[in-house]
Ligand binder design. Structure first.
Ligand code: AMO
Length: 444
């Protein structure tokens, strides 16, 4: 049944469009963002999806109506649009009518109209009241940026001459893919199942069918450490491509995808980036270093103490990025040739060494993507599974496609929230997840 109070959408305009409508009477709908009183004048700020509008209320009847309105009340307001140099929008509205759509049950438990919401409440409070704090303009803009990152990723991949096809793979699975003990276990009608920690096996299988594929979907990692860079459920932006000549082909697609995404943000997210004081990186050059070269730079030039063999620890990643940023103004660094001991069994070994044809992409001090070439020969893959003391039968479904012909292939995955965190220089990855899951939090 239609609510008789609902106004026809055709008469409603967005706040963002008002600067082109000076002198006319217009109607907008949104939430009351804030109410400020100055003597007999009342300023009511309205927030819609596109921005904030200051309305000026002089009419006594309307002023008395506002006394019954709380911040966050959904309203429909009409009034005359007038130029106003002092406001960010450049116009304000002289209110002539106000209609309350829903009443609030009380006063907001958390202030959301402050200028910089990211720093004005603690992270736990911000997350406890997430359904409300997500309404703050600076906070919701993080997710407008994320939507554009995903749109840019899709646009780039599906518009290639030989396009990448979007796929959706199961998140309830029977085996892990990345090694380690980071699997969430669950009961599946009496059998053990896991939550997928990556679409890795499925995206490889799909190379046999579609040649080039991608997926944007949730993955689950049962990491028990609460850090500013890890969450237990994140969005993985995965790519897998067949008929490659080496990991360089994969790195090239990753580099081009990142460039395309940043260019899209530059045109589509001007207001959001300014609200977040975010400066987009230069994408002109991506540095490429081998792991041994990176180790040498770190030890000789950056005073790095080192971590486990064949890998970089978070401080190594940070210092390496600092080195390239200071020396060349480069913010993206590929590190290649990670050792077999720190890569999953499916990583293609480098001939004649204990390294793999794999890479990480570091950005502003943290790893945002991992990828590489995979083993495509059946026998070699079986050998690798056995050498890791895993049961070959557990991988029989995955192995089907290798038994009957897989082309040389490779791919990568970007963690959406990690990328967003680095891009917007957010202090915690949890700020880049709508409703983050960490080892202490399953709500809201
Ligand atoms: P990896 O395990 O390195 O690789 O993950 C790829 C990217 O996902 C992000 N990431 C995370 N983000 C938030 N919280 C976490 N706990 C977390 N763990 C990882 C990072 C990381 O670079 N199958 C391979 C990819 C491939 O080779 O195609 C994989 O999953 O940004």
């Amino acid at each position: 049944m239609e609510n008789e109070q609902t106004q026809s959408p055709s008469t409603i305009v967005t706040i963002k469009s008002l600067p082109t409508k000076i002198g006319s009477e217009q109607t907008v709908q949104g939430h009351v963002h804030a109410i400020r009183r100055l003597g007999s004048l009342v300023f009511m700020i309205i927030r819609d999806q596109s921005g904030l509008l200051q309305t000026v209320v002089e009419n006594e009847l309307l002023v008395s109506l506002i006394d019954q309105v709380n911040p966050e009340t959904p309203v429909v307001v009409s009034g005359v649009v007038v130029a106003h140099k002092g406001s960010p929008l450049g116009v304000e509205m002289q209110l002539t009518s106000l209609r309350v759509l829903t009443r609030c049950e009380g006063i907001l438990p958390v202030e959301i109209a402050k200028e910089n919401k990211l720093t004005s409440v603690s992270l736990p409070v911000m997350l406890d009241y997430r359904p409300l704090t997500l309404r703050a303009p600076s906070i919701r803009s993080i997710f407008q940026v994320e939507a554009q990152i995903c749109a840019g990723f899709r646009e780039f991949l599906s518009n290639q001459e030989k396009p990448f096809i979007e796929i959706n793979t199961p998140k309830l699975v029977s085996t892990g893919t990345e090694g380690g003990a980071q699997l969430f276990k669950l009961d599946y009608f009496g059998k053990t199942a896991y939550l997928a920690q990556s679409p890795q096996f499925y995206k490889q299988m799909m190379v046999g069918a579609l040649e080039r594929v991608y997926e944007i979907g949730p993955v689950y990692r049962a990491e028990e450490h609460d850090t500013s860079r890890h969450i237990n459920e994140y969005v993985s932006m995965d790519v897998e491509m067949g008929f490659i000549s080496g990991p360089e082909d994969v790195m090239q697609i990753l580099e081009q995808a990142v460039k395309h995404i940043i260019a899209r943000l530059k045109s589509q997210c001007v207001e959001q980036l300014s609200l977040l004081n975010a400066v987009l990186p230069s994408t002109e050059k991506f540095a490429v270093v081998t792991l041994p070269e990176a180790m040498t730079i770190l030890k000789e030039k950056m005073g790095w103490a080192g971590a486990e063999e064949g890998d970089l620890d978070p401080s190594g990643e940070r210092l390496l990025c600092q080195y390239f940023d200071e020396k060349e103004g480069v913010e993206f660094v590929f590190v290649t040739g990670y050792l077999q001991s720190v890569r999953p069994f499916y990583a293609m070994p480098t001939i004649g060494s204990n390294a793999t044809c794999s890479f990480d992409l570091l950005f502003r001090g943290a790893e945002i993507s991992t990828g590489g070439q995979r083993i495509h020969e059946y026998k070699q893959l079986v050998e690798r599974i056995e050498s890791r003391k895993m049961v070959v039968e557990n991988f029989s479904d995955y192995l089907q496609c290798f038994k009957y012909g897989m082309p040389p292939h490779g791919g990568f995955a970007i963690g959406l929230e990690r990328f967003t965190q680095q891009l917007l220089r957010l202090p915690s990855i949890k700020l880049a997840s709508l409703f983050p899951r960490d080892c202490n939090r399953l709500t809201p």
